[in-house]
Design a protein around this ligand. Structure first.
Ligand code: 5GP
Ligand code: MG
Length: 179
């Protein structure tokens, strides 16, 4: 039978992800409590992490979505970052938590932090499923991190390679792809 994953190597299985997402949700619950909070999902890659994370919270934040595009160096995410979809909610006087799939060079989050910091939020923090800290080209700090990954190109649980593999319930390494 055809398996879409036979050439993939598992990195974080469903249990590891579920456990880590619950732990992060507890930290987020206790940090924000009853304060006004907007949680922003960075499309498309963070959609599964975001949906699991917000369902694991006991607080009830407002939710919004943003989509970024980066142009420049092909597989590398360098170059210029821009919005292809901006958020729609007002951030004035509210705490904001950005939920991102991976922080790699840091360029995408650096752009988003700069954009959103001009909108009157009480605080601006980042939750990233995966932090590739060693690959930073601009300094960006993730306040909540699911997993620290030293190297490798990963897919699954929202993450794609040429739009494939996003629906897989676990995270896999795709051998032979740079990064
Ligand atoms: P940055 O702007 O931090 O360099 O790029 C972050 C974005 O690059 C992530 O949000 C993600 O979309 C993409 N990216 C970085 N590393 C990987 C990876 O290993 N796998 C996948 N599928 N995307 C990645
Ligand atoms: Mg992304």
């Amino acid at each position: 039978m055809f398996s879409p994953v036979e050439h993939l190597r598992i990195v974080y299985d469903e249990n590891m992800i579920r456990t880590r997402v619950r732990e992060l949700a507890k930290e987020i619950d206790s940090l924000y409590g009853d304060e006004p909070l907007v949680i922003v999902c960075v499309l498309k890659g963070a959609f599964l992490f975001f949906s699991d994370l917000v369902r694991a919270l006991t607080i009830s934040p407002e939710l919004d979505f943003v989509r970024l595009a980066s142009y420049g160096e092909g597989m590398k995410s360098g170059g210029t970052v821009s919005f292809t979809k901006d958020i729609e909610l007002s951030l004035e006087g509210k705490h904001v938590l950005i939920v991102e799939d991976i922080i790699d060079s840091g360029r995408s989050m650096d752009f988003l932090l700069r954009q959103l910091s001009a909108r009157g939020a009480k605080s601006l923090k980042i939750a990233a499923l995966i932090d590739k800290k060693g690959r930073r080209e601009v300094p960006v700090h993730a306040d909540f991190v699911g997993f620290a990954l030293p190297a490798g190109f990963i897919v699954g649980y929202g993450l794609d390679y040429a739009e494939r593999y996003r629906a897989l319930p676990a995270v896999y390494c795709l051998p032979g792809v740079g990064k």
